[in-house]
Design a protein around this ligand. Sequence first.
Ligand code: GDP
Length: 303
Amino acid sequence: DKFKEGLSKTRGSFSSKINDLVARYRKVDEDFFEDLEEILISADVGVTTVMDLIDELKMEVKRRNIKDSNDVKEVISEKLVDIYYGEDDETIEDLNIHHDGLNIVLFVGVNGVGKTTTIGKLAHRLKNEGKKVVLAAGDTFRAGAIEQLEVWGERVGVEVIKHSEGSDPAAVIFDGIQAAKSRGADVLLCDTAGRLQNKVNLMNELSKVKRVIEREVPGAPHEVLLVLDATTGQNAMSQAKTFSESTNVTGIVLSKLDGTAKGGIVLAIRNELDIPVKFVGLGEKVDDLQQFDPNAFVYGLFA
Ligand code: GDP
């Protein structure tokens, strides 16, 4: 239900456009597909993904001999899910944090996308699952980032390891790991800085943090989650490209999906970059982080 509520903007815009399309065209012809293409692109599905999708749809409509535009709706949902998964198995992708000992999740992303908020919400989720969680305040650059993480730590009742503003993030993460180990924690969530103005420095800093993690905990980081702001559309897409070129991003958190009518970006990210969307942010509150379920997402758009 949270999922449905959070998607109301996208659903409102998308389903009314599709219904309108179906009402305008009784027959499924070339013009129908052209209009559908436009609707999908305007929902930020992404041009490449839309082209693939339209091709698939045309083939399926022909194969099933569908003539009535109303019957295409079902096929559209099916193909949207198919395009999300591509060649992969259709499962909901869980976080890779179920190893014995300490599991480490590294968060990356540009300032303002919702990184700190996501860490707070995820800490809450994991704690509710019975895990012992520690946070490391690795964003030592943005003014207020450390305090903001501390507020979240207090809110959800987990410990935050920090140094002062401007200190070396790799040293904070190192201390975070030692603290998490000595407390017998299951998961350490690491915040990092997100200034993209100086891309080379940022990427070097991330590499250094990653090296510390790899050295201290074999097999870690178990997840590198890139947080993207759904309301920034194609900008989010280019951030995803930048980060995935320099770091091994294992999953995406798409924040602020509640704030956009263009939720189609989810499909584009997975289809074009082949990185799974593991969570979506659907609001600013502590329980507004949901595991991403492509089926629920797509069928929710038409509900
Ligand atoms: P950071 O700079 O990446 O750490 O971003 P913050 O965590 O400070 O988030 C920036 C703003 O986005 C804050 O005002 C958050 O409350 C807001 N925000 C984060 N996630 C969501 C979300 O899923 N939905 C909405 N509506 N707002 C969000």
